[in-house]
Design a protein around this ligand. Structure first.
Ligand code: HEM
Length: 381
C-alpha cells in the first residue's frame, strides 16, 4: 500500500524509530548505490537509537563485532572486501559442491518416510551452518549456541539482550581467532585470512572477529530461510512444485524467483544520509535513517509482471534480494549452490512432501531484517 502511494515515505517502526522507507525498485537501487547514503555505522552511530550509555557488553560488541565490511563505506569497505573476494567467486564456490551434496545427503538419510519433521530444524538450518562453520574452521558442536546468539541479535530484543548475546559471540570468536593464530598456517580459508600478509595487508584481531561474525551470521541466517521460504511457497503452489519435480534442471535458476518473491533479507536493509538527498521526489534530510525494503522493491509491479505470484520459470534476474552495488552479497554464489543442492536432494528423495500444518497457522520470525519461519512442519514421503 505504501509503495502505491509513493516510492519514499517517512514511517515509524514499532519501537518509535523514525526512518525513510524506500519501496520501489528504481529508487531502491539508487538508495543502495548513492554514496551520500552511507553504511558507515561506526561514523554514524549517533544516528542510531541508543537508550543508555554503553555497558561492558555493549563496548565489547562495538569493538569486536562492528568493524566489518557491511558497516563501512570505501575505502575501508574496499580493503576488507578485497581480502575475501577471491575465496567467494562462483568458480571457487563450485568446488565445494561435492561436500555440500554430502552434507545434504547425510541430513536426508536421517529423515524417514511417513514422518513429520520441522524442515528448518532437520534440514534447512544444519546444511548452511555446517558449510559456513567448516569454512571458518569452527567446531560444529557449538552451532546451537550460535543460533541462539544470532537469533537474539537479529530480533526485537532489548538493547541489553542484544549486547549480551553479542558479547558472548565475540568472546567465543576471539578464542577461535587466537587458536588459529597460534596454530601453523594451513591453506584453509580462515587460516589463510588470519595469517595473511601477502598483499602487505592483514586484519587486526577485532577485524578478524568482525569478519568471522559477519560471515557466520550472514552465512546461516539467510540460506536457511531461503530454503524454508521456498519450500513453503512450493507446498502452497503445488503446480509450481510439479514443474520443479518434472524438470529438476530448473531448480538452480528458480533460486532467483524465490529470492525475488521471498528472499530472507528482503524485509529491509538500513543506511543513513550524510547530507540531504533527494530521492523519488522527496528530500531526505541529513543524518536520517533510510530503510530500503528489498521485498517491496522485488515485488514492484513496474519491474515484474504479476509480481506477487510465484512463477518458477520466470527470469527473475535483476532482483535486489542480494542487494545492489558495492555491498552486493559476497556469499551469493554459496547461497545459490546451497539452494540448488538442498532443493534437488529434497525433491528427489521426498517427492510426496506435504505441509503438516495450515499455512495460516505458521509463525514468522520477529525481525526487521530477516524474513523466515519459526518452524516448517512437513510430512515426508
Ligand atoms: C551482503 C543477502 C547469503 C555474506 C548481503 C546483502 C544482502 C544479502 C541483501 C547486502 C546488504 C546491504 O547492502 O545492506 C543475502 C541472501 C542470502 C545471503 C538473501 C541467502 C539467500 C550469504 C552467505 C554469505 C553472505 C551464504 C557468506 C558466506 C555476505 C557478506 C555481505 C553480504 C559478507 C557484505 C558484503 C559487503 O558489505 O560488501 N547479503 N545473503 N551472504 N552477504 Fe549475503
Amino acid at each position: 500500500m505504501l509503495r502505491a502511494e509513493g516510492p519514499v515515505q517517512e514511517v515509524h517502526l514499532p519501537r518509535g524509530l523514525k526512518v525513510w522507507l524506500v519501496t520501489r525498485y528504481e529508487e531502491a537501487k539508487v538508495a543502495l548505490t548513492d554514496p551520500r547514503i552511507s553504511k558507515n555505522i561506526l561514523a554514524g552511530s549517533h544516528v542510531f537509537e541508543r537508550h543508555s550509555p554503553p555497558d561492558a557488553d555493549r563496548r565489547m560488541f562495538d569493538q569486536a563485532l562492528t568493524v566489518h565490511m557491511l558497516n563501512m563505506d570505501p575505502p575501508g569497505h574496499t580493503r576488507l572486501r578485497k581480502l575475501v573476494t577471491k575465496a567467494f567467486t562462483a568458480r571457487r564456490i563450485e568446488l565445494m559442491r561435492p561436500r555440500v551434496e554430502e552434507i545434504a545427503a547425510d541430513l536426508i538419510a536421517k529423515m524417514a518416510d511417513g514422518t513429520e519433521v520441522d524442515l528448518l530444524e532437520d534440514f534447512a538450518f544444519p546444511l548452511p551452518i555446517t558449510v559456513i562453520c567448516e569454512l571458518l574452521g569452527i567446531p560444529i558442536d557449538n552451532r546451537d549456541e550460535f543460533r541462539a546468539w544470532s537469533n537474539t541479535l537479529l530480533s526485537y530484543g532489548t538493547q541489553e539482550q542484544i549486547a549480551h548475546a553479542g558479547a558472548a559471540m565475540a568472546q567465543f570468536l576471539f578464542e577461535h581467532v587466537d587458536r588459529i593464530a597460534a596454530a601453523e598456517p594451513t591453506d584453509d580459508f580462515f587460516s589463510a585470512l588470519v595469517h595473511a600478509d601477502d598483499s602487505g595487508d592483514r586484519l587486526d584481531r577485532n577485524e578478524l572477529v568482525s569478519m568471522a561474525f559477519l560471515l557466520l551470521v550472514a552465512g546461516h541466517e539467510t540460506t536457511v530461510n531461503l530454503i524454508g521460504n521456498a519450500v513453503l511457497a512450493l507446498l502452497r503452489n503445488t503446480d509450481q512444485l510439479q514443474i520443479l519435480k518434472d524438470r529438476p534442471e530448473l531448480i538452480a535458476a528458480s533460486a532467483e524467483e524465490f529470492l525475488r518473491l521471498e528472499g530472507p533479507v528482503n524485509i529491509a536493509t538500513f543506511r543513513y544520509t550524510t547530507e540531504p538527498v533527494e530521492l523519488g521526489g522527496v528530500t531526505i534530510p541529513a543524518e536520517e535513517l533510510v530503510m530500503v525494503s528489498l521485498i517491496a522493491a522485488n515485488r514492484d509491479p513496474e519491474r515484474y509482471a504479476d509480481a506477487d505470484k510465484l512463477d518458477v520459470t520466470r527470469d527473475a534476474r535483476g532482483h535486489v534480494a542480494f542487494g545492489h552495488g558495492i555491498h552486493f552479497c559476497l556469499g551469493a554464489p554459496l547461497a545459490r549452490l546451497e539452494f540448488d543442492v538442498a532443493l534437488t536432494a529434497l525433491l528427489k528423495r521426498f517427492p510426496g512432501i506435504e505441509l503438516a500444518a495450515e499455512p495460516e497457522t505458521l509463525a514468522w520470525r520477529d525481525s526487521t531484517l530477516i524474513r523466515g519461519l519459526l518452524t516448517l512442519p512437513v510430512r515426508l514421503s
